[in-house]
Design a protein around this ligand. Structure first.
Ligand code: KIV
Ligand code: ZN
Length: 407
């Protein structure tokens, strides 16, 4: 089933589509190996991380956040090895706002063709008072000192005000100004606790661009968590307001309810290029492979109805949908399965399936029945489907045998 291409997008599944150049380019910053690994129970071995990083690099991820080098020897080693191996992507390592973290990050990253130090500090009142016990002035001073230090080591420095979406606007602007003045070239705006909503996410980026015009010399980045299920919408709203980097993870893996899912933002921009005219460098045909690899390695299964990569994302059971799909795939699919690396959509045989799908299934199985045997087999199939959750090919073949034997 391949002809479900929407007329607007003309998607063909060959990575960035032909008219990509006409669209604003949004960088994809994957943090599966850092924020994703912070999911309790999702830790990965060095070999597993290397395998994921290789795939991310090959599929066109612009920046891979490979880990948090000061966090453990294992993280340090993983960032070091990924930095050495990466062919195309920028390799980022996370560091808190202190020299030890930054020096350790640089020690691991220095081997990369394109290294980036990503340093951050909490800026919201809750973080300043309860986590850091620091005044506004002290936090500003830390930003000045640490961004300057990071910049003295590495030409590419990203800075994040943690909990930005709960930070006073005037203070957020002040801290962003300091980070830019000290040499940060990417300003990432994290919604650390998944608190914002799409309109607010866009307004925050708009406010920063108005009040801190120099931010437009930097790449503005969005980093959304999914506590209220709005991470994808919030990230895309930020892009519409001027962000040009999305931080995300494969399968939305990450702290608590996870991060923005890479596959969702990438496929949203691809499928709705008419209203989201942004291009990425991702070869979308590698998405399913990445999803399966991350699920297997992290031990976090993908929910069946997860957008884009869930088992049911391209599956159809109801008779009306199956009939539509058999006539024209565009009736019930907005993306071609091939575009995300699947070979075909899946017409699942179940109690909601109709005659059209049943007949098609029989012919796929090489079975031809006369009208009466066909009617009889269909009745038996419906009766079985009422009792059994999933109907397999062998079940259908058994039904056919019974119908033929009793005809
Ligand atoms: O959610 C967050 O604030 C983070 C920062 C370290 C960028 O992950
Ligand atoms: Zn995060």
């Amino acid at each position: 089933m391949t002809d479900n291409v929407t007329p607007e997008t003309g998607t063909q599944g060959e990575g960035p589509s032909a008219d990509a150049d006409a669209r604003a380019r949004v960088k994809i910053f994957d943090t599966t190996l850092r924020d994703g690994e912070q999911s309790p129970g999702a830790s990965m071995t060095l070999e597993e991380k290397m395998e994921i990083a290789r795939l991310l690099d090959e599929m066109g991820v612009d920046i891979i956040e490979a880990g948090f080098p000061i966090a453990s020897e294992g993280d340090f080693e993983a960032v070091t090895e990924i930095a050495k191996a990466a062919e195309r992507a920028v390799i980022a390592g996370l560091a808190r706002a202190n020299r030890r973290d930054i020096d350790r990050a640089w020690e691991a990253l220095q081997h990369a063709k394109h290294p980036r130090i990503h340093t951050f500090i909490g800026t919201s009142p809750l973080h300043r008072e309860h986590q850091l016990s620091m005044s506004k002035a002290e936090v500003l001073e830390k930003i000045r000192e640490t961004v300057t230090h990071a910049r003295s080591l590495c030409a590419d420095v990203q800075w994040s005000p943690m909990d930005a979406t709960r930070t006073e606007h005037d203070y957020l602007c002040e801290s962003v100004r300091v980070a830019i003045e000290c040499g940060a070239s990417t300003i990432n705006i994290p919604d650390t606790v998944g608190y914002t909503a799409p309109r607010e996410s866009a307004e925050l980026i708009g406010m920063l661009r108005r009040e801190v015009p120099e931010i437009d010399r930097c790449t503005i980045s969005t980093h959304c968590h999914n506590d209220l299920g709005m991470a994808t919408a919030n990230a895309l709203a930020a892009v519409e307001a001027g962000a040009r980097q999305i931080e995300c993870t494969i399968n939305g893996l990450g702290e608590r309810a996870g991060n923005t899912a890479l596959e969702e933002v990438v496929m949203a921009m691809r499928t709705r290029a008419d209203i989201l005219p942004y291009a990425t460098g991702i070869d979308t045909r590698r998405i399913m492979a990445a999803s399966r690899l991350v699920a297997q390695v992290s031990g976090f299964p993908v929910q069946y109805n997860k957008a884009i990569v869930g088992k049911n994302a391209f599956a159809h059971e109801s008779g009306i949908h199956q009939d539509g799909m058999l006539k024209h795939a565009g009736t019930f699919e907005i993306m071609a399965p091939e575009d995300v690396g699947l070979t075909t959509s899946n017409l699942v045989m179940g109690k909601h399936s109709g005659r059209h799908a049943f007949r098609t299934k029989l012919s796929e199985l090489g079975v031809e029945l006369g009208e009466n045997a066909m009617a009889d087999a269909f009745v038996r199939f419906k009766a079985l489907a009422d009792r059994k959750k999933e109907i397999f090919d062998d079940d259908i073949l058994a039904i056919v045998e019974q119908s033929a034997a009793e005809a």
